[in-house]
Structure formats: C-alpha cells, structure tokens
Design a protein around this ligand. Structure first.
Ligand SMILES: NC(=O)C1=CN([C@@H]2O[C@H](COP(=O)(O)OP(=O)(O)OC[C@H]3O[C@@H](n4cnc5c(N)ncnc54)[C@H](OP(=O)(O)O)[C@@H]3O)[C@@H](O)[C@H]2O)C=CC1
Ligand SMILES: Nc1nc(=O)c2c([nH]1)NC[C@@H]1CN(c3ccc(C(=O)N[C@@H](CCC(=O)O)C(=O)O)cc3)C=[N+]21
Length: 287
C-alpha cells in the first residue's frame, strides 16, 4: 500500500514558513504584492484566482485582481500589463490562463516584466530554467519539487518519466528533474507505447489532463506517482491516475484533490516573496 503524499499538509507547512518570512519582511518595510490578471468569466479560473487572492492576504501580502471582460482587446490587456510592470509597488504579476482565442497568449506572456514573472512563463525565464537556474520555477513544478523534497524522495540517478510537455507543467517539470540529476523521459500524445516508458519510472509525473490515463499496469511496483491532472468526471474531481488501483502498487502517490493542487497555490506565494526579495532587497545582485 502506497504512502499517500498529503499535499494539503505539505502546503500548510510551506504557508507556515512563509507567514513568518513575510512578517519579517514587513518589519523591514517590505510588503510583497501580487497582481493577478483574469480575463473573462470561466468559473474554474475565477475560483483559482479567488483562492490565490485569499491566500496572499491570509499570509500578510498585498493582492489585487484585475478583472477584464472576455472580449477585451489584446491592446487593452497589454496596456494593463504595462501599468503593472511600471508600478514599483507590484512584485509579482500573473496572467491567468487560458486566455480567450482572439488573444495571442505568447505575446501577452512576453509582455510581463521578467523580474515580476511569478509564473516563470516569460521566454527569458524559460531560457533561464533551460540553463537550470531560474529566478523561480513555474508554480506547479516548484510544488512537485516541494512534495518530493519534503517527503525525502531522492532524485539524483532516479529514472523520472513525465507524461505531458506543456509550457505550464510538463516541460518545466522535466527540466527541473533533469536539473536535479534524474534521468528524464518526456512523453506526450505522440509517444508510441506510453506504458513501455511509464513502467520504467522510479518517479512518474502525470500531467496530461486525461482521466484514467495511468492504470495499475502502467506503474512499476514501488514507484513514486505524482498526479497533476485535474479532471471533472460526473461532478467529481479526479486526476490522470486511477488512484484506487495504483495506490496498491505504488510506493507513494499524491491524491486528487489534495495533492499537487494545494502546492501550486502555496508556491505562487513563495515565488512572490522571492521576487519581492530579489527586486527590493538585493538590487539585482542575485540575479
Ligand atoms: N494540480 C495543479 O496544480 C495543476 C493541474 N493542472 C492540470 O494538469 C493537466 C495538464 O495541464 P496542462 O499541461 O496545462 O495541459 P495541456 O493540455 O496544455 O497539455 C497536456 C499534455 O499532455 C499530453 N497528452 C495529452 N493526452 C495524452 C495521452 N493520451 N498520452 C500522452 N500524453 C498526452 C499532451 O501532448 P501533446 O503536447 O502532444 O499535445 C500535452 O503535452 C490538466 O488536467 C490541468 O487541469 C494544470 C496546472 C496546475
Ligand atoms: N497563469 C496561470 N498560472 C497557473 O498556475 C494556472 C493557470 N494559469 N491556469 C490554470 C492552472 C490550474 N491551476 C491550479 C491551481 C490550483 C489547483 C488546486 O488548488 N486544486 C485543488 C482542488 C481545487 C478544487 O476543488 O477545485 C486540489 O487539487 O486539491 C488546481 C489547479 C493553476 N493554473
């Protein structure tokens, strides 16, 4: 029976550390500020954004949400981003994805000041983590590392298989595991015989957005399984891994909900604090 990696509990530990760090920063006259730009009225996005805003305030940071209509022009969205880039009180800026189809997501992500890019999606920051040394890792990727480290899962020399290669999760996660000296295989929708690869994984990260993609026969005995997927099936949240069968074979597994998700939001806060420190206290020396 696998050890259940309790994302909620790990996120709570991260938040506790952060609350102390933020209190110390405030004594030095620094109150980190996070701004989230939300375009349109997608219910899931709106709910994620609310939880980000709530947690930032709970931890003693400043948080602001800029809500724009679904039919906002790209020019207007870029103008809003420029305003936040220019505002010295703002440490961290995030544009909630996905954006409506009429907006060029790449252009928008490239418009965010790289030093305020709390998601790590700016081309300059993607370049940085391709070199293994980003200002911040993308929040979900950073959360996966936090789970592995706080659960004492070794990475060096381990075979890590990542299913998914998106810019948000799959690709940065593979880069992070590589930077920590795992041997990394990156799978995607064109991978021939996925099972052949996933069965080799000491650490299996699944971020495909396909409920039930990974079953018990796709997992090696004793593997550490990190399920990033969030799927709504019959009104219930499930991951990409068939938890009930895999839990009996894996060595450790994250549940959905209560696994990676809570860490994603906690790491957004941690990244915000890091960017605030870099921008306000080190005058760029560390960069
Ligand atoms: N828990 C959390 O904090 C977060 C959860 N998520 C969730 O994680 C999942 C993935 O998100 P995201 O990366 O943004 O999604 P994308 O749709 O952008 O990417 C999915 C990736 O999975 C690959 N893929 C899809 N189907 C298969 C398949 N059958 N076999 C192998 N690979 C496949 C795709 O391959 P290809 O590139 O070839 O198309 C693609 O690389 C979603 O469920 C999302 O909701 C996302 C962010 C945070
Ligand atoms: N610019 C940008 N940055 C993101 O980081 C980003 C994004 N856009 N777009 C969407 C994805 C998705 N995402 C999640 C965050 C928290 C949970 C989360 O807290 N999940 C809870 C359950 C929440 C629920 O009940 O709905 C859990 O897994 O326990 C999930 C998914 C961040 N994303």
């Amino acid at each position: 029976m696998a050890r259940i990696l309790d994302g909620k509990a790990i996120a709570a530990a991260v938040k506790q550390d952060l609350a102390m760090e933020i209190a110390q920063l405030r004594e030095c006259g620094v109150q980190p500020k996070l701004v989230v730009v939300l375009v349109g009225d997608d219910a899931a996005s709106a709910s994620y954004v609310r939880s980000k805003e709530r947690l930032a305030r709970e931890l003693g940071m400043e948080a602001e949400v800029i809500r724009l209509a679904a039919d906002v022009s790209e020019v207007e969205l870029l103008r809003q981003i420029e305003l936040q880039n220019a505002d010295d009180a703002v440490d961290a800026l995030l544009v909630q994805l996905p954006l409506p189809d009429h907006i060029d997501t790449d252009r928008v992500l490239a418009a965010v000041d790289p030093n305020k890019d709390v998601d790590g999606f700016h081309p300059q920051n993607i370049g940085r983590y391709a070199m293994g040394s980003p200002l911040v890792w993308p929040c979900t990727t950073a959360g996966i590392l936090e789970i592995l480290v706080r659960s004492s899962v070794p990475l060096a020399g381990q075979t890590a298989v990542v299913v998914g290669r998106s810019r948000i999760v799959g690709w940065p996660t593979a880069q992070l595991l590589l930077a920590h000296n795992a041997t990394v295989v990156q799978c995607h929708s064109r991978t021939k015989d996925l099972t052949e690869f996933t069965r080799q994984a000491d650490i299996l990260v699944v971020a495909a957005g396909q409920a039930g993609l990974i079953g018990v026969d796709d997992v090696r005995e004793g593997a550490v399984v990190i399920d990033v997927g969030i799927n709504r099936v019959d009104g219930r949240l499930v991951g990409d891994v068939d938890f009930d069968s895999v839990v009996a074979k894996a060595g450790a597994i994250t549940p959905v909900p209560g696994g990676v998700g809570p860490l994603t939001v906690a790491m957004l806060m941690k990244n915000t604090v890091r960017l605030a420190r870099l921008r306000r206290l080190t005058k760029g020396d560390e960069r």
